[in-house]
Design a protein. Sequence first.
Length: 280
Amino acid sequence: MRYVSYLDSDQTPCWGVVTDSNDIVSSTQLGLVAPTLKKAIASGELASPNRLNLDSTPTLRLDEVQLQPVIPDFGAMYCTGLNYSDHARESGKEAPSAPRIFVRLQNSLVGHDQSIIAPTVSEHFDYEGELAVVIGRSGRHIPEEEALAHVFGYTCFMDGSVRDWQKITTTLGKNFEHSGALGPAIMPASHVPDVQALTLTTRLNGRVVQQANTRDMIFSVAQLISFVSTMITLQPGDIIATGTPDGVGQSRNPPLWLKIGDDISVTVDGLGTLANRIDA
Ligand SMILES: O=C(O)C/C(=C\C=C(/O)C(=O)O)C(=O)O
C-alpha cells in the first residue's frame, strides 16, 4: 500500500491509499477526517499503516485520477546537490564536505503522469532522477542515529533543471514552473527495509540514462535529515530530495537536453515509477 494526493473528477483535492492492485481507497472511505495527506501525517493517524481498514470497496482506479505531487502543500522541500561522487566528477566539481542544500517551490512540481513544462527561454533543460524522503515527525537537532524514525515514507523525484539559469542562481534554475515531478505515491518507511540499498534508474524515451544505488550517496538519508534539522525544525510533510547520480544530460558529449514530446521516468525499486511527458 502507498499514499497519494490527487484531484477527483470535480478537481477537488483528495488523498487516499493505493492498494497493491492499484485501486484507491479514499481518506473518507478510510474514515479519516484530515483534509490533506500532510495534515493526516501530522496528526499521527497514519503512524501504523497496517492498522488502516482497507475493507471499503474502492471506487476509483489509480489511472482515473489526476495525481498531484505527493504532498502538494508541503511546507518546505530541501534538495541536495552533488550527493553522488560520480555526478560531482562529471560536473567538474569536488565531492562536497557538507550537504549542499537548496530549496524547491510547490509550483515548480507536478504529479505522476502530468505534463512537465519545458522552459520557453532555454534549450538547456536537463533531467535528474532522485530518491525523495517525506518527513513524518517534526524535530530540530535530530541526531543521525534517530533520524530515520522521523521519516514517514519515500517517493521518486525528477529534479528538472534549467542549466543556463542554474548558472545565474540555483534557485532560478531549479524552480521553473512545473519543471519537476514528485511521485507517484509515498511508500511508508516501514515497507522499505533499507533505504541505502535501492536501485534508482532514470529513462529518457525508454533508454536508461542514469542508474545507481542509494548506497553510493555521499551523505546518507539519516545524515541529510540530521544536517537540515540543525538549521531549521523539520515539519511533517516536508520533503528532502537526496541528490542525483551521474548520467545527467549536461555532462554528455554532445549534451542530451529534454525536448517537447520526450518521456522521462524515474524508477526507485520497491517504490514505483514516476513517469512524465515533456510539454510546451
Ligand atoms: O550543488 C551544486 O553545486 C550543484 C547544484 C545542484 C546539483 C544537483 O541538483 C544534484 O547534484 O542533484 C547547484 O545548482 O548548486
